[in-house]
Design a protein around this ligand. Structure first.
Ligand code: NAP
Length: 329
C-alpha cells in the first residue's frame, strides 16, 4: 500500500530492452511496509550483471512491468510493519532482496531478507555483500564442497563475486589463485586474499597457472566467464577437480574426454536456487567473517541514479574491474 503524500526518485523499467529503458522517475510513491516488512531509506545499492540480463528481458526469471531493479540495498530502517521484531527505526541494515526494488531512494523488504549492517562497514560496503558473497560462498562450499588445503582458482577475481571468493577462500585455508585483466585488478586480487595472481589477457597465463600448481592442477575453479574458459579449465583441473560455472554469456565447445581420466566435474551454481537452510548457513559463515574482519567488501566505481543506463553499459562492456559497482543514493 502506498502512502498518500510522499514521493521518491526511483528507476523504473516500463519495457525490456537496452540500458536506456532505465528511466529515472521523480514522483514514485514511497511504499508502506506490510506486517512483516520494513521500509529502508536506501543509501547504496549494488549493481549486479544479472540486473542487465533481466532488464534486457533475457533471463529465466523476469518481473512483470513496470518494475524497479536492484536487490542489494543498504541503508537505514525508516519504518517497520507491526509484526516486525528484529528491527527498529534507525537501524543500519543491508538486504539480500527487496520487494519494490533497490535502485530507488526507499525500498520495501521482507524482514527475513534484511540483516543488521555491522558498524565497521560503510553503506557502500553493505551494498556489496549480498549477491557477491552469498554466491561465492555457495559456489565454494555448497556446490564445489571445497576443503581447506585445496587449490582454488578464482577465474575472474577482480569483480564483485571474485573479490568475495578470494577473501572467503583465503579465510578458510585454501591455496588461492586469482585472475584479473589489468595491473590494478591484479594488485587488488593479491590484496584481497589471493596467494598468486595471473593476467587472463596474457597469452600464456594458463601455463603459468599450471606451473604454479606444481603441475598437479587445480582442485576447484570458480569460473566467471565459462563461455571463454571452460575448455582450458578442464585441462587445468587436478584429479577429482571441479569447475563451478558462476558466469556464462554464451556457448563454448569442450571435449568431454577431458573430464574422464581425472573424473572431474562441471557444476552449475545459481544463487536463486539456494534453500532457506543454505541461505542460513551462508549468512552464519559470512557474519562470522564480518566479526573476524576478513569480510571486507571492496567497492569500485560509484554511480548516481541519473547514470543508471551508463552503469549497465559499464558492468557488461568494460574490462578492468576493480571491485563492486554501486549506486550511491
Ligand atoms: P563483475 O564485477 O563485472 O566482474 C567480472 C569479472 O570477470 C572481472 O573480474 C573480470 O576481470 C573478469 N573477466 C573478464 N574477462 C575474463 C576472462 N577472459 N576470463 C576470466 N575472467 C574474466 O561481475 P560479478 O558480479 O563478479 O559476476 C561475474 C559473473 O558471474 C557474471 O557473469 C554474473 O552474471 C555471474 N553471476 C552468477 C551468479 C550465479 O548465481 N550463478 C551470481 C552472481 C554473479 P577484468 O575486468 O579484470 O578483466
Amino acid at each position: 500500500m502506498a502512502s498518500v503524500n510522499r514521493l521518491m526518485r526511483a528507476i523504473r523499467v516500463f519495457e525490456f530492452g537496452k540500458p536506456e529503458v532505465l528511466k529515472l522517475c521523480p514522483d514514485v510513491p514511497v511504499p508502506s511496509p506490510g506486517e512483516t516488512q520494513v521500509l529502508i531509506r536506501v543509501h547504496a545499492c549494488g549493481i549486479n550483471p544479472v540486473e542487465t540480463y533481466i532488464r534486457a528481458g533475457a533471463y529465466a526469471r523476469i518481473p512483470s512491468l513496470p518494475y524497479t531493479p536492484g536487490s542489494d540495498v543498504s541503508g537505514v530502517i525508516e519504518q517497520v510493519g507491526k509484526n516486525v521484531t528484529s528491527f527498529k527505526n534507525g537501524d543500519r541494515v543491508f538486504t539480500t532482496g527487496t520487494i519494490t526494488g533497490g535502485y530507488a531512494e526507499y525500498a520495501l523488504a521482507s524482514e527475513d531478507t534484511v540483516y543488521h549492517l555491522p558498524d565497521q562497514l560503510s553503506f557502500k560496503q553493505g551494498a556489496a555483500i549480498s549477491v557477491p558473497y552469498f554466491t561465492a560462498y555457495r559456489a565454494l562450499f555448497q556446490k564445489a564442497h571445497g576443503k581447506p588445503g585445496e587449490v582454488v582458482l578464482v577465474h575472474g577475481a577482480s569483480g564483485g563475486v571474485g573479490i568475495a571468493a578470494c577473501q572467503i577462500a583465503r579465510a578458510y585455508g585454501f591455496q588461492v589463485f586469482g585472475t584479473a585483466g589489468t595491473p590494478e585488478g591484479l594488485d587488488l586480487v593479491l590484496k584481497n586474499g589471493a596467494h598468486k595472481a595471473f593476467n587472463h589477457r596474457e597469452k600464456d597465463y594458463i601455463d603459468k597457472i599450471q606451473e604454479a600448481s606444481g603441475g598437479r592442477g587445480i582442485d576447484v575453479i570458480l569460473e566467471m566467464l565459462s563461455n571463454v574458459n571452460l575448455s582450458n579449465d578442464l585441462k587445468l583441473l587436478a584429479a577429482g577437480g571441479r569447475v563451478i560455472i558462476v558466469g556464462c554469456r554464451g556457448p563454448i565447445e569442450i571435449n568431454p574426454r577431458d573430464t574422464m581420466a581425472k573424473e572431474s566435474s562441471i557444476i552449475g551454481v545459481s544463487l536463486f536456487s539456494a534453500t532457506k537452510e543454505e541461505k542460513a548457513e551462508s549468512s552464519a559463515a559470512l557474519f562470522a567473517g564480518m566479526e573476524a574482519g576478513w569480510l571486507r567488501p571492496l567497492t569500485g566505481p560509484e554511480y548516481p541514479l541519473e547514470k543508471a543506463a551508463q552503469a549497465h553499459v559499464d558492468i557488461i562492456q568494460t574490462g578492468g574491474a576493480t571491485g563492486k559497482m554501486v549506486f550511491v543514493i
